[in-house]
Unconditional design. Structure first.
Length: 239
């Protein structure tokens, strides 16, 4: 169905019905290698025409793929394949402890925030503000799982704001490791209502510095954020 023509377009095929069926067909194309990692999928309009479906249905299908970590949707740019294929990633996930992960984040994220200051568009800033609201909503609900998902999206959005595809890729790897069971166990100890409040103060401060185009302040606040996360992990290990 998704064999590319010489021009690289996707040929017509009998249209499946419903978002899940569209998601399944696209997932099959992605995992079978029709679309390489980093490749941009056809636009929502093109997919709607391909599947004879509404753009709303296509949008729901793409949301399913995003939850499955097969694609990443970038506002104003498009939908890109993030599927890793069969690699040794599971091995590195198993070998990396939560504390080691924080150590890597502490190296990367302050510079990531500094670069975000240089490259942030108004669309980027608006998205970061919305993600801060999502984090605060999770805090208000006392929902640690919802908070963890929103936190992953927030930090990945900062990576995306750098406009550096390698930085985005690196942070995607970090989020893969954050799905490990050991990290999930630690998260239950760390993401308390009080910590959610403190983390959110730091999140908001990072975004404020990015909006103010203050690279030094953005980097410094991210250093503080990573320091707190590391201290909380160390404390959780001792309990």
């Amino acid at each position: 169905m998704f064999n590319k023509t010489a021009s690289g377009s996707v040929p017509k095929a009998p249209p499946p019905r419903g978002a899940n069926l569209i998601a399944n067909k696209l997932a099959e194309a992605i995992t079978s290698g029709v679309y390489d990692r980093g490749a941009q999928l056809p636009t929502e309009r093109q997919l709607a025409e391909e599947f004879v479906a509404s753009r709303t249905t296509v949008r729901k299908a793409l949301a399913v793929l995003e939850v499955q970590k097969l694609v990443q949707r970038r506002p104003g740019s498009g939908t890109y394949v993030s599927y890793h294929g069969k690699t040794d990633e599971s091995g590195i996930v198993e070998r990396t402890s939560p504390l080691q992960l924080i150590e890597v984040r502490a190296v990367i994220e302050p510079q990531m925030a500094r670069l975000a200051v240089l490259h942030a568009s108004q669309v980027d800033l608006d998205k970061l503000q919305l993600l801060v609201k999502d984090l605060k909503a999770a805090e208000k609900a006392g929902d640690s799982e919802r908070y963890a998902v929103a936190d992953e999206k927030f930090h990945l959005a900062i990576a995306s704001t750098t406009s550096n595809p390698l930085m985005v890729w690196l942070y995607e790897q970090i989020n893969v490791i954050r799905t490990h069971a050991l990290w999930a166990e630690m998260r239950q100890k760390i993401i308390t209502r009080e910590n959610m409040r403190l983390y959110n103060e730091q999140h908001a401060a990072v975004v404020k510095a990015i909006q103010a185009r203050d690279g030094a302040a953005a980097a410094e606040m991210m250093v503080r954020h990573m320091d707190k996360a590391r201290d909380d992990l160390v404390g959780a290990h001792s309990r």
